[in-house]
Design a binder for this molecule. Structure first.
Ligand SMILES: [Ca+2]
Length: 223
């Protein structure tokens, strides 16, 4: 049965490369644990909350790899003004260290043929508390932007936790350039992970995606 979240368990010392485990990376919130998160949106969008009523999130069976048994998060913006509305993953507050770089990313599809244009983004909210209380919100750290409609795009960018940051939330947002009308976008494989300095794609992100592909290969079986 598909799981809504990919949770990497700590590796055994003899675990083979590509195992669905991770050396020290987990979703544990224990003090000192590294933040790690990857959501393939297999069955639901449980844990996400839109900040405004006219930007909605729902689960869609459209998957970045056309995989049976997985889907994506569908954001729909029907605002009357040219604006966005963040959809945050409120279930998790990831422990972070100020001055440390983290990777945020997702695969995004803005379906073609829409009568509105816009920008789909992954972003990180930094908080001055490990509980991500709104009164301690420090700033938003933007990740990448997808502006082109019609095909899946994936990008990941390192973001540095600002001074005073203790917790972080990952979210998605869909900015609509024009007033009224409707704009929608799919998000898949949403990622938030530690980013070792100097690497184009961090070890954590590489591990996470390798584990996800390994899992998919196992589930899909021989083609
Ligand atoms: Ca998926």
């Amino acid at each position: 049965m598909a799981r809504p979240l990919l949770s990497l368990e700590p590796c055994a010392s003899n675990a083979p490369v590509g195992s669905s485990c991770s050396s020290g990376l987990s979703r544990s919130r224990a003090r000192g644990a590294e933040p790690f998160f990857l959501d393939p949106f297999d069955t639901s969008v449980f844990g996400y909350l839109s900040t405004v009523g006219n930007v909605t999130i729902s689960w869609s069976d459209v998957d970045v790899d056309d995989e049976q048994g997985s889907g994506s998060a569908l954001l729909v913006n029907t605002r009357s003004d040219a604006a966005s509305g963040p959809v945050n993953r409120v279930l998790d507050c990831f422990p972070v260290e100020a001055g440390t770089a983290y990777t945020a990313g997702a695969s995004i599809l803005i379906p073609g043929g829409q009568d509105r244009t816009g920008v789909a983004q992954v972003f990180v909210s930094w908080y001055a508390s490990g509980a991500c209380s709104n009164v301690t919100l420090l700033s938003y750290g933007r990740s990448f932007e997808i502006r082109d409609a019609g095909s899946w795009e994936r990008s990941e960018e390192p973001l540095t936790a600002p001074l005073g940051a203790l917790g972080a939330r990952v979210g998605m947002t869909l900015f609509k350039n024009e007033a009224f009308g409707t704009l929608s976008a799919h998000f898949d494989d949403l990622l938030f992970a530690p980013e070792p300095a100097g690497s184009a794609l961090g070890t954590a992100a590489a591990l996470a995606l390798a584990a996800l592909r390994h899992r998919r290969g196992r589930r899909a079986g021989p083609r």
